[in-house]
Design a binder for this molecule. Structure first.
Ligand code: SF4
Length: 361
């Protein structure tokens, strides 16, 4: 435990995190040695197709992974503010009992989560207001009346009209967009230091999607909280995130600040993801949007070498299907996991191939 006077810029430091699932079909490395930092008040975008480990990473941080899944290694260091004096405490969330009092407090108050489908968070048989009030009472030392006032105020903040009446609505009384706003209100009612938003707009129509994203961006700035925004769509994070990590089959394959990632993407997977975003600013869309060929393989059948090689347009036969790429630094705040940039690994693989052929001659 460390208590000092100035809050560090880092809010959450995830180090070498591994969360595996043990299924009859085999071991699934959903999060495989992930190291990432989330800074106080900043937005981190987490991008990748379904099945790449984004949501499991979020759930691992929240400590809500259930069997057959288990976080088997790594640290989740949370620098928890201790009060007005700028002090903080350094806690490894991974060491706390998953359902213990302390972890539950952090989970509901400091770190909260918005899911793709609001009905995951809301009970259908209680009013939206009662559920928000219950969360507030659990984590804040306020009276029931004050909690109801905070709840109504938060509903107002997220743009729900007539919050004093809507507070008594049941989730099914609200439209999809309003339910999503109510869920954001529930997540914000405890003034979290980190909001994890897992595909928060995927289930909504495009107009509502844009409204919700705008709302989240303005609330994030206003409240100064950090946000981890998970999406399969790079276009969604372009406007909001300061930094982006791209995940494929449980690993971070590229990490960079947003401007660098869009200007100079290094990993073929990132390049393919970018090709699938419509370019709104072009006068006329001349190129067709392309989809990435193939699909994410079943997670328990992990391709050897670079796991992206069966789908990669730049794959080097005899290299990419043999050698597993390591993380390489491409710039001050830019890393990539791809053999195109690793001359040493390429030379070793080519040398090994030649030796094998010589042996067969
Ligand atoms: Fe493509 Fe090879 Fe790079 Fe993997 S290591 S992304 S297969 S070029």
């Amino acid at each position: 435990m460390a208590t000092e006077s100035n809050l560090p810029s880092t809010l959450l430091d995830v180090r070498n995190l591994k969360t595996y699932f043990y299924l009859d079909e085999g071991e699934v490395r959903a999060v495989d040695d992930v190291t990432v930092r989330i800074d106080r008040g900043k937005v981190l975008g987490v991008v990748g197709e379904s099945g790449c480990g984004k949501s499991v990473l979020a759930r691992s941080i929240m400590r809500i992974v259930r069997p057959p899944g288990r976080t088997i290694d790594g640290e989740i260091i949370y620098y928890q503010p201790t009060g007005e004096d700028g002090g903080y405490e350094e806690i490894d969330l991974q060491q706390l009992p998953q359902d213990g009092e302390r972890m539950r407090r952090i989970r509901g108050a400091d770190i909260t989560m918005v899911f793709q489908e609001p009905m995951v968070s809301f009970s259908p048989v209680h009013t939206v207001g009662d559920q928000i009030v219950e969360g507030i009472l659990l984590h804040q030392d306020v009276s029931k009346e004050d909690a109801r006032e905070i709840a109504a105020d938060t509903l107002r903040k997220v743009g729900i009209p007539n919050p004093d009446q809507r507070i008594d609505a049941y989730p099914f009384n609200l439209s999809g967009g309003m339910r999503q706003r109510a869920m954001i209100a529930m997540a914000l009612s405890s003034n979290p230091t980190l909001l994890i938003a897992d595909e928060p707009t995927t289930a909504l129509d495009v107009t509502t999607q844009a409204q919700i994203l705008e709302l989240m961006a303005s609330l994030q700035r206003e409240l100064g909280m950090a946000m981890m925004l998970i999406t399969h769509n790079l276009g969604v994070v372009a406007q909001m995130a300061e930094e982006i990590i791209v995940m494929y089959l449980g690993k971070i394959v590229e990490r960079a600040d947003t401007a660098t990632l869009f200007r100079d993407p290094k990993h073929p997977y990132t390049q393919e993801l970018l090709k699938s975003i419509p370019q709104m600013r072009r006068e006329r869309q001349t190129n067709r949007l392309t989809a990435i060929s193939g699909t994410v393989p079943p997670p328990f059948i992990r391709p050897p070498g670079c796991p992206f090689h069966p789908r990669c347009p730049q794959a080097m036969p005899g290299v990419c299907d043999v050698v597993e790429p390591q993380t390489l630094r491409m710039g001050e705040n830019h890393t990539v996991r791809c053999l195109l940039y690793d001359d040493e690994a390429k030379a070793v693989a080519v040398g090994a191939n030649i030796d094998t052929q010589d042996g067969q001659d």
